[in-house]
Design a protein around this ligand. Structure first.
Ligand code: DX5
Ligand code: ZN
Length: 229
């Protein structure tokens, strides 16, 4: 059975030792690194910019998944394209001309993503779905690691997956925020394709064991669900 893509977020890593964080992600067999870019305006904290992404690009072959939590993302996208990111996701709430920006990202042959915060309905991006490679459903209010998952956001994942099937589209659905061994069974019922994970990954003593456990628990949750229905 296929398990989702695990995408550890270095937001919860030691910023003095990003090389060790990359090595941990690689040795846990997670194919993606999630990179949370925050500007102190769209969300209160400031994290890092495109130079960090470029330096990480030079150190690993992993898929670099950039999550821009910034105002006016159209002003910044170029720098992240140049930095060697593989996917660039920006927030619908921060951008007026989202369709144009998605096209720019795709023209640069990068995966194009849009994210919505918990209070934004999926109807706000309904017409953009054919132009998307991924939708990032925030399952916490963005800005900080270590928050509790908001279960109502998982309803959006289910609804979006149903629309995807009905419209025969192929974008991936990611969730971001509050993903851990405690919330996983509930998450599995809504079947997202990508799980972003910050604190649960970097707080784990044995990261590979933790990811393996998550994969097992995922399979068990799906099997249980299928045997009930
Ligand atoms: C939060 C970020 C997340 C964050 C998730 O605004 O977008 O990617 O790293 O952290 P956890 O997994 O700790 O909720
Ligand atoms: Zn994120």
């Amino acid at each position: 059975m296929e398990t989702p893509i695990f995408a550890p977020s270095i937001l919860s890593a030691d910023f003095c030792d990003i090389r060790a964080a990359i090595a941990d992600i690689e040795s846990s067999h997670c194919p993606w690194i999630h990179l949370d870019v925050m500007d102190g305006r769209f969300v209160p904290p400031i994290t890092f910019g495109s130079k960090m992404v470029g330096d990480i690009r030079a150190s690993t072959e992993l898929f670099l998944d950039v999550h821009l939590m910034v105002e006016e993302p159209d002003r910044h996208v170029h720098a992240f394209i140049e930095s060697g990111a593989d996917a660039i996701t920006f927030h619908q709430e921060a951008c007026v001309h989202s369709h144009r920006l998605l096209q720019r990202i795709r023209e640069a042959r990068k995966s194009a993503g849009i994210s919505i915060v918990p209070s934004t309905p999926i109807s706000s991006i309904i017409h953009l779905l054919p132009f998307l490679d991924q939708v990032l459903i925030m399952t916490v209010n963005p800005g900080y690691g270590g928050q509790e998952l908001l279960p109502f956001c998982l309803e959006k994942v289910k609804d979006l997956a149903a629309i995807r099937t009905a419209q025969k589209l192929s974008f991936k659905i990611a969730i971001d925020g509050g993903v851990n061994i405690r919330t996983l069974s509930r998450i599995a019922l809504s079947r997202p394709d990508i799980l972003v994970m910050g604190s649960a990954f970097f707080n784990a003593k044995n990261k590979k064991e933790m990811v393996d456990n998550m994969r097992h628990q995922w399979i068990k949750a799906i099997e249980n669900k299928d045997s009930v229905h």
